[in-house]
Design a protein around this ligand. Sequence first.
Ligand SMILES: C[S@@+](CC[C@H](N)C(=O)[O-])C[C@H]1O[C@@H](n2cnc3c(N)ncnc32)[C@H](O)[C@@H]1O
Length: 285
Amino acid sequence: MLNVGLKNKKPVKIAVKASCPDLASQAQELADCLGLPMESPECTLLHRSGGRTQDRLLLRLSSEGLELVKPDDPKLRGAVRVDFTAGQAAFRRKQQKKELLVRAVGGKGGASLNIIDATGGLGRDSFLLAAAGHQVRIFEQQPVVAALLADGLERAAAHPETAEIRARIRLTAGDAVQVLGNIRENGEGQGIDVVYLDPMFPERRKSALVKKELQLLQLLAQADAAPERLLNAALKVAGQRVVVKRPLKAPCLTDLSPSHVLTGKTIRFDVYLGGVLSRNRKASG
Ligand SMILES: C[S@@+](CC[C@H](N)C(=O)[O-])C[C@H]1O[C@@H](n2cnc3c(N)ncnc32)[C@H](O)[C@@H]1O
């Protein structure tokens, strides 16, 4: 098993497993692509006998798709997988006009915007924005998270209710600070209306599912570029606005004050508009 983790965090061991022999070669391909080992029986035995000194995750490929599990943790039973076709995601998609995020990105009169979601995660927010008619380009730096998201998007493409929405989304695995920097240097920023940021923050939401997902995401989290670097990169590229999701009472990402704030029950969206954007572009030459 390979160690994946933050410098100052307990490392996480992660391996790929096929849930049935038919999927073995596909699972091996995925493992090769992600640079992860396949789960072996010896690995499992070693863990059971040796006690839990490290967190251990499995990326399991089944006929239902790709899922992430933490087999040794009774509190985190069940799998995390991305499914835009059912459950909470389907509900939010149908109610998208009421979502604060959809209001926060703007686009009055049904205008379709070009949005970069620079912290894609499991893609819930991106899918919502695409369901509202926007073109969304997602960046996700954690390869396992990007693989889970790519799998969910693939199934969304095959479902009649979500295929059209999925066609408005493009996923790139990589560090958004770097990619946004390249976009700017190469003069490719024309036409990008909004950059959306939802950096990882300590979770207090009530839903058990969200908690489980976030705990697993936090285990996988890489040494995140400091969120202020993300905000600076976003401010230099966005044509209309940068929108940042924050816990309701958390401080802003940097000393820069947002132009306005949309407040929900547990979260808020800090919106940085025109003047702030052009001042940042001028300041950086
Ligand atoms: C809180 S999650 C985002 C959840 C997402 N909004 C959703 O709806 O599922 C934050 C994600 O941002 C990713 N991330 C953080 N910094 C990044 C960066 N510089 N480039 C790309 N992804 C980044 C993390 O790997 C993590 O998956």
